[in-house]
Design a binder for this molecule. Structure first.
Ligand code: ADP
Ligand code: FDM
Length: 212
């Protein structure tokens, strides 16, 4: 009998919502239960495409907005064979940002529609669950100053938040809003509950195609 597939679980949210903290805690908790699980992140800065993206985010290079948008998408597509292989082998993937960041961030720039921004990511492996870590800009500000990277300013982040709200209206994606203003432990408890449900459900379902 073929082994049961792993679940594709994504964490999204504005800067400082706690995505990286929670992805790491979730992976650790699932591993302690003896489950096959790995963490991924986008952008994945170690590939050749990822290095172009990283230089752009660090303001070391300039690219057209269209170019960088397509690079972010290409960075996901280049990892699709690996993701599919792992999922088929039964490994659950916990992913820090995905196509939703792609659409929410680029469409916060003037002249970019959400529809145009979603197009290059159409057909990517569809997450079984997308948890949106909800945190107000005021609470995010309490978690420290913005860094030096591109997009790290409150006006841009507010526009990003509004775009996420648009994306969350799409019933073809399984969204779960998480109250990210709780303590790290309480957020983790919510996240693990939803993740375990998703892992159990995904076992019996084929992997879907995003936005198709
Ligand atoms: P993101 O990946 O969403 O940008 P991080 O996980 O890097 O967010 O967290 C941003 C900062 O906020 C870190 O200093 C982290 O320790 C802190 N942090 C994360 N979650 C919480 C929480 N629930 N309450 C208070 N501080 C938090
Ligand atoms: N970002 C991330 C995008 O603009 N498009 C994307 O497709 C993705 C995955 O890159 F500002 C933005 C979001 C954030 C930056 O920062 C990546 P982190 O700190 O590595 O998550």
């Amino acid at each position: 009998m073929a082994c049961k597939r792993g679940a594709l679980i994504v964490l999204e949210g504005v800067d400082k919502a706690g995505k990286t903290t929670q992805c790491k805690k979730l992976v650790q908790a699932l591993q302690q239960e003896g489950r096959a699980v790995e963490m991924m992140r986008f952008p994945e800065r170690t590939t050749a495409i990822g290095q172009l993206i990283s230089a752009y985010l660090e303001n070391k290079s300039d690219l057209e907005d269209q170019t960088v948008h397509l690079l972010f998408s290409a960075n996901r597509w280049e990892l699709v064979p690996l993701m599919k292989k792992k999922l088929e082998q039964g490994t659950t993937l916990i992913v820090d940002r995905y196509a939703f960041s792609g659409a929410a961030f680029t469409s916060a720039k003037p002249g970019f529609s959400l529809d145009w921004c979603k197009k290059p990511d159409e057909g990517l492996p569809k997450p079984d669950l997308v948890m949106f870590l909800q945190l107000s800009p005021a609470e995010a500000a309490l978690r420290g100053q913005f860094g030096e990277e591109r997009y790290e300013n409150s006006v841009f982040q507010k526009a990003v938040q509004q775009n996420y709200e648009q994306l969350m209206k799409d019933p073809s994606v399984k969204w779960q809003v998480i109250n990210a203003s709780q303590s790290i432990e309480d957020v983790h408890k919510d996240i693990i509950t939803h993740s375990l449900n998703s892992i159990n459900t995904a076992h019996n379902l084929p992997l879907g195609a995003l936005w198709k």
